[in-house]
Design a protein around this ligand. Structure first.
Ligand SMILES: Cc1ncc(COP(=O)(O)O)c(C=O)c1O
Length: 520
């Protein structure tokens, strides 16, 4: 039996979860309770039934009935059960859960930007179009590419758009080709994307350093290869040193190099994919440029490409037109009539078409641009260096207690394995659950797949030395517990409202809707 004292054994960072229980809002309901009181009607009553016809609901909708304070307390209590980057380190590898500076939020809520309606005519939308144009130019500068679309709504959506460009380009040369090569260290979205774009996926085995085996690649690339989808740095946190050679091997056979740029937070300000042979790539604005990631918030996956792919970009494309601003001056009297103006261009016969309604998740663009401008080139470079430094600090401080399967230098994240702990029957998932008792969000468990029992840790640049040390202390303490009291780790977490949940059942039979009869 775990003693209470052991359960609460923590490092300096103690953040036990709220233990208050909370019934569903429906279960708390009692008939007749209201959170409001309306004054008597002082306008003529309307016959709702006549107005709505068949759409008029005859019976009440069965919504919960509560007082205002009950509602406030219910949702406030629920909110305290969440872990958030604003509470502490969120070392979820591959997800780059960095802090989202408040200035981004402030700027994205500025009325003129937040309320710019997507149907507003171009002539009246010059301000927001300038914002989008500036972001595009910043991203092109950062990536070293020639053209860009901001439309895709997430990283995986960016991959899809990027591969559509690849396909359209091959098609325009007479043959869309059949297969896409993907390393075994890739993010799961890569093979899914290739398959959805109609390609066969061919796996590339990583070499002992976690990189691409050039000889194997040369053997696998042929005239039916459309592209290689490469994450750089990879999900092992390893930079592909020979990427320019990889690009040469592909190009020699007419294949393209697609870079999954979701890990650009390790490269920004240091190297540019456009300079090392990448033809097309996506960015995860919601990782690299701090905009909220996780928790289901909106994302953004712009796709940048080399000039030869530009004709295939999704419509509409933002273009700057010189000279005639007569439409702008007509719409905004007093606006200068001779400068250039921005407009959406739809007439692009080779375009792959639209991939999203309107122009993308504009709020994300504003946040990302605010982050880029607030940091400036030197600040962004510093951010990259800090992210890599933090990951390597953790690596150095933990490599004597956790197995490091790949000794190649780490970039923004470090991947350990549970090999030593597994000998005592404790798995990566157990260690992650125990981390919750120490007040940290778990790291990424069992990914990437090429590392058996992976512990994937990405601290990001947001963390101070003090927070990193607390994390290290927690991880070292758990390693000691594995030696001394393995059961404690295997049954964690002990400080939460509920302990181990049936994750398989939750994934296979999610209960997402309340039905009175399903409750005991
Ligand atoms: C390497 C990599 N590729 C692709 C993606 C997919 O991005 P999204 O979750 O925005 O679709 C992620 C997500 O974290 C990632 O880490």
């Amino acid at each position: 039996m775990m003693a209470g004292a052991i359960e609460r054994k923590t490092t300096g960072k103690v953040r036990p979860h709220q233990t208050q229980n909370e019934r569903l809002v429906f279960e708390k309901s009692s008939p007749g309770k209201r959170a409001y009181k309306l004054p008597p009607l002082d306008v003529p009553a309307v016959d709702v039934s006549a107005l709505l016809g068949n759409a008029h609901r005859r019976e009440a909708a069965g919504l919960p009935e509560l007082s205002e304070i009950e509602i406030i307390r219910h949702f406030t209590r629920l909110s305290t059960w969440n872990y958030a980057i604003d509470l502490g380190m969120y070392p979820l590898g591959s997800c780059t859960m960095k802090y989202n500076p408040r200035v981004n939020e402030f700027v994205s809520r500025i009325e003129g930007l937040a309320e710019a309606h997507p149907y507003r005519p171009d002539a009246l939308a010059q301000g927001i179009l300038e914002v989008l144009d500036l972001l595009q130019r910043c991203l092109l500068e950062i990536t070293g590419m020639d053209a860009i679309t901001l439309q895709p709504a997430a990283g995986a959506h960016g991959e899809f758009t990027g591969l559509l460009l690849v396909r359209a380009w091959h098609q325009s040369n007479g043959n869309p080709r059949k297969k896409v090569l993907i390393p075994d260290s890739a993010h799961g979205t890569n093979p899914a994307t290739a398959a959805i774009c109609g390609y066969q996926v061919e796996n590339l085995k990583s070499n002992a350093d976690g990189g691409i085996d050039l000889e194997a690649l040369a053997r696998q690339v042929d005239e039916e290869t459309a592209a290689l989808m490469l994450t750089n740095p990879s999900t092992l946190g390893v930079f592909e040193n020979e990427i320019h050679k990889i690009a040469d091997i592909l190009h020699a056979k007419g294949a393209l190099l697609y870079m999954d740029g979701a890990n650009m937070n390790a490269l920004v300000g240091k190297v540019r994919p456009g300079d090392f042979g990448v033809d097309v790539m996506h960015l995860n604005l919601h990782k690299t440029f701090s905009t909220p990631h996780g928790g289901g918030g909106p994302g953004s996956g712009p796709v940048a490409c080399k000039g030869f792919l530009e004709p295939f970009l999704p419509i509409p494309v933002l273009v700057r037109r010189e000279g005639d601003r007569s439409q702008v001056s007509k719409a905004r009297p007093g606006a200068p009539s001779s400068e250039s103006h921005l407009a959406w261009e739809y007439d692009r016969p080779q375009s792959v078409g639209r991939v999203r309604a309107f122009y993308g998740n504009t709020g994300m663009f504003i946040r990302a641009l605010a982050y880029i401008l607030a940091n400036g080139p030197d600040g962004l470079r510093q951010t990259t260096e800090d992210a890599v430094l933090n990951a390597n600090y953790i690596r150095k401080k933990l490599e004597d207690v956790y197995e490091l399967p790949y000794k190649t230098p780490s970039m923004h994240e470090v991947v350990f394995s549970d090999k030593r702990q597994a000998a005592k029957g404790v798995k990566t998932g157990d260690i992650a659950k125990r981390l919750i008792d120490y007040g940290f969000h778990p790291y990424t468990v069992s990914f990437p797949l090429i590392v058996h029992g992976a512990l994937m840790i990405e601290p990001t640049e947001s963390e101070s030395l003090e927070e990193l040390d607390l994390f290290v202390e927690a991880m070292r303490s758990i390693a000691r517990e594995v030696d001394e009291t393995p059961e404690l780790v295997k049954t964690a977490p002990h400080s939460t409202r509920v302990s181990r949940l049936d994750e398989v059942q939750a994934a296979r039979k999610p209960m997402l809707r309340w039905r009175a009869q399903e409750r005991p």
